[in-house]
Design a protein around this ligand. Sequence first.
Ligand code: NAD
Length: 275
Amino acid sequence: MTVPLLTLNDGHSIPQLGFGVFKVDPDETERIVTDALEVGYRHIDTAAVYGNELGVGRAIAASGIPREELFVTTKLWNSDQGTQSAVDAMDLSLEKLGLDHVDLYLIHWPRPDLGRYVESWLTLEQLRADGKTRSIGVSNFHRPHLERIIAESGTVPAVDQVELHPAFQQRELRAFSEPLGIRTEAWGPLGQGKYDLFGEQAVQNAAAAHGVSPAQVVIRWHLQRGIIVFPKSNSRERMAANFDVFGFELTDPELAAIDALDRGQRVGADPDTAT
Ligand code: NAD
């Protein structure tokens, strides 16, 4: 089972399939991430605000997996946006993770009401120059936010991590990002279980045709559409199933049928108005 490596616009590479730890209980994180690493995941997506960086770090340390085989992402929380506050937040994240650098550091939300995302972006450039992160990117940024940081810094983010699942496919944003070399990462790739995605006929039909589960079909759809994806599960069985998606391929009509499920249905907050 080989997870494809995608090249980012700064030359570094990222495993296209990873493991996300949003809402993973800090007390259980070490055990759950240990399971994920044993299953084979090498890309872990966490964030300062998830409160579980310590557990992620412990699992990494205990695994004995060489650092260069792992891809670790964490994120700058809204209240730490700025210059010194962002430097301090990154240092604290690294300390909790027990790492001297992460692979990807993201501004978690633009929070345009705070007026500090450009300043934060310039700080991320500095953090990258200082070797504290290999790559820098953003999360929940819409086109105007992306345009602004690119215009004011000259640096194009390596990724934009946004809500993305079959009912909310972010086509316009992806059409803007792709030519600039900004990779799209999906959060909530399974719709966070907030609508009956697995009951959709297009998903059911593909699952039956390939003898796989609806979740495997949806993860496969993300991968074949070029999206970076890191589904979350506390159960080792589901983690393993979500990782076992390289033994089948969706056909063009199956992909198109899932494309047709797009209806602009968010399950999370709108970055323009989130507070
Ligand atoms: P998700 O779409 O991955 O859904 C997780 C839910 O799906 C869980 O309830 C889990 O039990 C269920 N599930 C997982 N595998 C399943 C399977 N095989 N069969 C049936 N159910 C299954 O949602 P998510 O965790 O919110 O998103 C993934 C990751 O994205 C997060 O863990 C986090 O790392 C990241 N994220 C980022 C942001 C952001 O603002 N940048 C926001 C939310 C999540």
